[in-house]
Every structure is written in C-alpha cells, then in structure tokens.
Design a protein around this ligand. Structure first.
Ligand code: AMP
Length: 294
C-alpha cells in the first residue's frame, strides 16, 4: 500500500475529516523523522487502536522551536523518502510533512507553556524545549483533529507534558504512551544514536545497564529513594562524559519523592548523560518496566 504524503494543514484536515465522517478513528504519531523501529512500533500501536478502517497518520517535522540556539537543529537528520518507505512497512496511511512556514505562519506570535511538569529534569537543562514541544503538538493536534495520539515513553517527561496539556486545554485527543523500544544490549533506540562512534556506542550501553541495577534493587525490596537513585548514578558515572541528571521522581507529575517510597507510589528513574558529543536520555518506571538490558 502506498503512503500518501500531505504537505498542508488543509489537506491533512480534509483527509482526517472524511475518515471521522464515516465513523472511523484517526491514529496519530508525531515524529521528527529519521524513523527507526521505536517510531514504527508507535505507528503499529496506532493501527491496533483505530483498526483496519481507521486512518494512521505520522507527522514528520523537525520543529525549530524545540531546539535551543546551540543545539543540533541544522544537523538533525532529514530523510523524507526513506522515512515514507519505512512508514509503508508499518501500515501508515498518510505522512504529514509540512514546511516550517506551514506550522509557523508568517507573523506567528503564539506559544503554549505548560508549568510544573515542564520545569525539572529536561526543563533545567533545556529551558525552552517543552514550550516548543507543547506549541507544535498543540498545532499538530488542531490540524489532525480528534484522534488517538501515540507517544513513546522513552521521552517520558514529554509524554507527561503532552498528557497534562491535552487535559488542561480540553483537546479532543486520547494520548497513549508506548513502551521504549531498545537495541539488543538495551540501549533505547534514538535518531541520535547514529552520532555515536563504536567506542561511544559501547559506553552508551551502560545507560540501560545502570537503570537495570536500580530495577533489580527495587525488585529486591529497596525503597530508599536516594539509594535507588545513587545505584544507577554510581554505575553510570565512570562511563559517560557528563551526567546532566540521574533523578528519581513521581511518575505522574515528576515532583520530588519522600526519602522512602510507599508501596503504591509510582516512581520514574530518569537519566540524561553525554557520551562523546551526543546527549542521551532514558528512564524506567520502577515496578512497571522490566530491567532494560540484555
Ligand atoms: P522523535 O522523532 O525523536 O521526536 O520521536 C517521536 C516519537 O517517537 C516520540 O513520541 C518519542 O518518544 C518516540 N520514540 C523515540 N524513540 C523511541 C523508542 N526507542 N521507543 C519508543 N518510542 C520512541
């Protein structure tokens, strides 16, 4: 089946409206392209949720407003033809690939800011990032219309920000989180992994290994927040060039946790590190996600 490539909001909206008018659902997977198995898993999840009658749309848009001036916007990989071919293998019906002008009309002055859940972790190291994400996701949701939208838990804080924003703005979208898809040694798939040299790629595998140690400690009954956190940090620090954070936070709103975890408390262990020139993030929800390695 060939994949339709739509370039304008008007064309996308018309395509989605036709599907909803006949009572079928739209499944939506926003991406920045350079697609890998992680992205394709989200597309398959969208298909499973909307069924054979539904329409699965993947957007491919490298969103300039979520990159800071010193970040990798200009060198972010762009490979639309290959991405469209990959989408075909995952049963995607349509790819939405707008220009920057289409998403940010001339004279644009509007931004969406989500307080609270945007502030810690990534928010401390990339202070303008989630405003860019919230702004583009709001625009994409308005362009697609009522839908089920699938996001990866790999970008855990992004999923929490989008979930909060969708509720707060009464957007007619069901937001679904999908588990992280990993390489054989546990490294979370990412468009940025291609920047790793072979030696750095080997060091990057210490990230899931360190998360796995904390998962095993939790499974062994450890409930002391700092000991769980430090288990991962001590395992990771010798292997990476910089640790931005290793943090154990409330899994819903990312607020700080008490010294000892109550049984019902869901906690996410989130890390951001630099390996060579590449910044990598990963996470596990203790008690929910399996140890990510091997
Ligand atoms: P990106 O193109 O990197 O902005 O990612 C687009 C979507 O794919 C986001 O919802 C990501 O969380 C998700 N994603 C990226 N990598 C993975 C992965 N390894 N497993 C699952 N989802 C992923």
């Amino acid at each position: 089946m060939s994949v339709e490539v739509l370039r304008t909001v008007a064309a996308l909206r018309a395509r989605c409206d036709v599907v909803r008018a006949r009572g079928a659902r739209v499944g939506f997977v926003p991406t920045m392209g350079a697609l890998h198995e992680g992205h394709l898993a989200l597309a398959r999840e969208a298909r499973a949720r909307v069924g054979a009658d539904g329409l699965v749309v993947t957007s491919i848009f490298v969103n300039p407003t979520q990159f800071a001036a010193h970040e990798d916007l200009s060198k972010y990989p762009r490979e639309l033809d290959a991405d469209v071919a990959r989408c075909a293998t995952a049963g995607v019906d349509a790819v939405f690939a707008p220009s920057v002008d289409e998403m940010y009309p001339a004279g644009d002055q509007t931004r969406v800011r989500v307080a609270g859940v945007s502030a810690p972790l990534e928010g401390e190291f990339r202070p303008t990032h989630f405003e860019g994400v919230a702004t583009v996701v709001t625009r994409l949701f308005h362009a697609v219309g009522p839908c089920v939208a699938v996001f990866g838990r790999k970008d855990y804080q992004q999923l929490r920000v989008v979930t909060r924003m969708t509720r707060d703005l009464l957007l007619p979208v069901e937001v679904v989180g999908h588990r992280t898809i990993r390489e054989g040694d546990g490294l979370a798939m990412s468009s940025r992994n291609r920047y790793l040299s072979p030696a750095d790629r080997a060091r990057a595998a210490k990230i899931p290994a360190a998360l796995g140690l904390a998962v095993r400690a939790w499974e062994g009954g450890e409930r002391a927040t700092e000991r769980l956190r430090a288990t991962a940090e001590h395992a990771l620090r010798p292997w990476v060039d910089a640790v931005d954070y290793v943090a154990l936070r409330d899994a819903d709103d990312l607020s700080p946790l008490p010294d000892v975890l109550a049984d019902a408390r869901r906690a996410v262990l989130a890390v951001a590190v630099r390996v060579g020139g590449t910044r990598l993030i990963d996470n596990v929800v203790l008690g929910e996600d399996p140890a990510p390695c091997g």
